[in-house]
Design a protein around this ligand. Structure first.
Ligand code: GAR
Length: 196
């Protein structure tokens, strides 16, 4: 049975695009919804242009009431009935209650080699630490931030003179390889981590 995938974004959605593009042919999943907490997220228009249903639930309307925001988001998800939820540049912290509803079915991509650099400013922190390599991770989402079981990682070298933007661009290229690969395996029921 083809798995139904919803993708949550907050911005441009380049990872979302790669995921949607990957779900063709005999792929075990299909994208049924792209949703965002920001109605102005450029990725929403990009998803619509690919023929994907979209939804926006503006978190600002809930004035810090995370459970109320998540209930509205969940209502959109219920309409699309996804089996798998992919966070792809989704920049809201989710409550434990929401995460538990999706536990084992929600993936996230994070721009660091977890467990290093959970949270924000990952590339700046890698540069500041003088790391020789950086990368990205796809993991199952658990209530603790950026902490669930790793499903895949891709590594890149840090080069002399790299700026944060240089490193972000190098890592993003690998995100675009890694996330589709992990999703395809996950949708087939394979949770063995992939290392690129
Ligand atoms: C990606 O680099 C992703 O790893 C990161 O946001 C970017 C979104 O880009 N996610 C996080 O930092 C999550 N904490 P995209 O909108 O072009 O996919």
């Amino acid at each position: 049975m083809t798995k139904r995938v919803a993708i949550l974004i907050s911005g441009g959605g380049s990872n979302m695009i790669r995921l949607v593009e990957s779900m063709t042919g005999d792929h075990p999943a299909t994208c049924v919804l792209v949703a965002s907490n920001d109605p102005a997220a450029a990725g929403l228009q990009r998803a619509a242009a690919m023929g994907i249903p979209t939804a926006a639930v503006d978190h600002r309307a809930f004035k810090g009431d995370r459970p109320a925001f998540e209930a509205a988001l969940q209502a959109e998800l219920d309409k699309a009935a996804p089996d798998i939820l992919c966070l792809a540049g989704f920049m809201r912290v989710l409550t434990a209650g929401f995460v538990q509803q999706w536990e084992g079915r929600m993936l996230n991509i994070h721009p660091s080699l977890l467990p290093k650099y959970k949270g924000l400013h990952t590339h700046a922190r890698a540069l500041e630490a003088g790391d020789a390599e950086a990368g990205c991770s796809v993991h199952l989402v658990t209530p603790a931030l950026d902490d669930g079981p790793i499903l895949g990682q891709a590594r890149v070298p840090v080069q002399p003179g790299d700026t944060e933007a240089d490193l972000a661009a190098r890592v993003l290229k690998q995100e675009h390889r890694l996330y589709p690969l992990v999703l395809e395996r996950f949708a087939r029921g394979d949770l063995t981590p992939v290392f690129l």
